[in-house]
Write a protein that binds this ligand. Structure first.
Ligand SMILES: *Cc1c(COP(=O)(O)O)cnc(C)c1O
Length: 400
């Protein structure tokens, strides 16, 4: 944890916990390092769905070329948070109203997910008098098993995302034969898996580029997606951006005139967020010790959805304000659960936390992506956490 997060986790009162702490300095440092791994002609878009907090979107601004949005809601939100920045509109099931709003908003790139969507977009763009760039989203099957290590594979199997190669080819043809004067074929988009390490990501990128450049029509851009691995079991082991960047540099060198784009979410913002809370109770149940913390998976659903233990640190607190005895752990290991009345509300199992006491603080790491915004906030009606955006400049805090 960064010093700013450490200090703030101890400084907040019990009533101010739990709280999401975002270290914007750490975010900028990380984003700058990611950006510097890429050569010319590799563009970086941030997939807003990973964490759309306006402060996060703004902090990423200098390091990204644009933002990928996947709904009308994200579109309106991101356009307001980072006005004037390029947006790519992707995602399945775009409604005519969303597409119209995107056209009015000046969105410049559409990732088309089906033949139906192409027809809708073609007509709505004509009516709006706009000419827009289209990337055909393809669901490629990779023959070499490069998706095997993925935690969430979408490529090469039935999904609602993108088009089978034959359908994508149909879209590419329709975009080049004059059927849609308001649509310009810009290239190909693919987001085939999540949780891949750099060598596998590179193999996937190579396969997508090979497919796109083999279509026999000029392709200016290939978006090879996001899905860079975040290791929740070993937070210090980060995705090898340098190796990935070198590989992409070889790809752009082999294809002069081609622009590559990546659109990571998780691996950009996961590391800048922490969920800080305090231990409310320590108790034993059938041989296992539990620390019940303020808050839980209704604020940080990630460990429940991914089935992992959220990495965490304990900050011991000496004072105990109450007249009644303070419960303390007797075991070496303690399972950290939240306040919800469901056995699924576990943040981390068997954490080494000898001597853990009520009143101690627990700070969960890797809470900057797919954390608060994927959680079921209203279940059991506990209060919302506070949100603190820690910066070198003046403090920014937003209420619950
Ligand atoms: C979710 C998503 C991303 C980002 O994925 P991460 O695993 O967060 O990097 C990128 N592109 C598309 C189309 C997505 O749906």
């Amino acid at each position: 944890m960064t010093p700013a997060v450490h200090d703030r986790s101890l400084a907040l009162t019990s009533a101010e916990l739990p709280a999401y702490l975002y270290d914007l300095v750490a975010l900028r440092t990380h984003a700058a390092a990611v950006r510097s791994a890429f050569p010319e002609r590799v563009e970086l878009y941030y997939a807003a769905k990973a964490n759309p907090e306006p402060e996060i979107l703004a902090a990423l601004g200098p390091y990204v070329d644009g933002y990928e949005v996947s709904s009308g809601g994200e579109l309106a939100h991101v356009a307001k948070a980072v006005p004037g920045r390029p947006l790519a509109f992707g995602g399945p099931g775009k409604t005519p109203d969303e597409v119209t709003a995107a056209l009015e908003q000046g969105v410049e790139r559409f990732h088309v997910e089906s033949v139906y969507e192409l027809r809708m977009l073609g007509e709505l763009a004509r009516r709006a008098g706009r000419r827009v760039a289209v990337l055909a989203r393809v669901n490629l099957a990779l023959s070499d098993g490069s998706l095997a290590g993925s935690s969430l594979a979408m490529g090469g199997r039935p999904t609602p995302f993108g088009m089978d190669p034959e359908q994508a080819l149909e879209v590419v043809r329709a975009l080049t034969d004059g059927t849609y004067p308001n649509l310009e074929l810009r290239g190909v988009h693919a987001h085939l898996a999540s949780g891949l390490e750099a060598p596998e990501q590179l193999a996937v990128a190579e396969a997508i580029v090979a497919w796109a450049t083999g279509l026999g029509v000029p392709v200016a851009e290939v978006n090879v997606g996001g899905g860079m691995h975040v290791d929740y079991a070993d937070p210090d082991r980060r995705f090898d951006w340098a190796a990935y960047g070198e590989g992409l540099a070889r790809l752009t060198a082999a294809h002069p005139g081609l622009t590559l784009r990546i659109e990571p979410g998780r691996a950009l913002t996961a590391y800048c967020g922490w969920y800080a809370t305090e231990v409310l109770d320590v108790k034993r149940s059938h041989g296992e010790e539990f620390g019940v913390v303020r808050g839980g998976t209704h604020h940080l659903r990630t460990p429940a959805t991914k089935g992992h233990d959220q990495p965490c640190s304990v900050l011991t607190v000496d004072g105990w304000p109450h007249p009644w005895p303070r419960p303390a752990a007797e075991d070496e290991h303690v399972t950290l659960a939240g306040q919800l009345c469901t056995p699924k509300d576990v943040l981390a199992r068997r954490v080494p936390a000898a001597g853990l006491r009520a009143g101690d603080r627990v700070v969960f790491a890797l809470a900057g992506a797919y954390a608060w915004n994927i959680s079921h906030h209203d279940f059991l009606m506990h209060p919302r956490p506070g949100f603190h955006f820690l910066d070198a400049g003046p403090e920014v805090t937003t209420g619950p």
